[in-house]
Design a protein around this ligand. Structure first.
Ligand SMILES: Cc1cc2nc3c(=O)[nH]c(=O)nc-3n(C[C@H](O)[C@H](O)[C@H](O)COP(=O)(O)O)c2cc1C
Length: 204
């Protein structure tokens, strides 16, 4: 079985919803299975969202196992999702990835296919946030998998969506149900593409 880690940090749930869609896309490929894992909060960091207790919103993904750093080298593909915080990845995800120094030095991550996705509010800086993950992917030696034009038919130009060629994203502060059906479809396509590439690279 080819396995894909779907790793996400989320507080209000939009990145989590994209992660679920990515995982569904992975699972739709024969011989591939997704493992959803969540990045824990940094201990004592209650400052975000004005210090409000976000326990209620986090309850929706409490059942997802917490990621261990070893998960990064135990899978054939990686999908990593972040909330957009000031145009970059969240500090909790950054803190988690900073623990991968040993794997970086050993070259243990070299070649593993990896893709990025993001939950944004207004959408401002979401591509920069995805590329902040790409920078880390490059230094790790991961094989970066963009969404590209794969979700073109699922991204109508008469609707506002967060979808980007760099990776799936949602504008969760937008009108209506978010992530929207189009944003979720793009995430699913991205998961499927990553799984297909992981399967092929594993066979080589
Ligand atoms: C500290 C902080 C910074 C943020 N910066 C941005 C930003 O630069 N651009 C944006 O679109 N949304 C920004 N937001 C909004 C979040 O991206 C939005 O709430 C998103 O839904 C978070 O993902 P989540 O629902 O998975 O927690 C910010 C939120 C916080 C708390």
């Amino acid at each position: 079985m080819t396995t894909v880690l779907v790793l996400f940090h989320s507080v209000t749930g939009s990145t989590y919803r994209l992660a679920e869609a990515i995982a569904a896309g992975v699972d739709s490929v024969d011989g591939c299975a997704a493992n959803l894992r969540r990045v824990p909060e940094i201990e004592g960091s209650s400052v975000i969202f004005g210090g409000n207790d976000m326990a209620e919103s986090r309850a929706q993904f409490d059942h997802i196992p917490v990621a261990e750093i070893e998960d990064l080298i135990a899978h054939d593909g990686l999908a990593i999702g972040t909330p957009v915080y000031f145009g970059a990845q969240s500090s909790a995800l950054r803190y988690f990835l900073d623990q991968a120094g040993k794997y970086w030095m050993e070259g243990a991550l070299t070649g593993i296919p990896a893709t990025a996705f993001a939950g944004a509010g207004s959408g401002a800086g979401r591509e920069a946030a995805l590329m902040s993950l790409w920078s880390t992917f490059a230094v790790f030696g991961l094989t970066i998998v963009p969404l590209g034009t794969r979700a073109q038919n699922e991204t109508p130009s008469d609707q506002v969506t967060g979808t980007t060629p760099f990776g799936a994203a949602t504008i969760s502060g937008g009108e209506g149900e978010r992530p929207s059906a189009a944003e979720l479809a793009a995430a699913r396509i991205q998961g499927q593409a990553l799984a297909e590439i992981s399967l092929k690279l594993k066979a080589d």
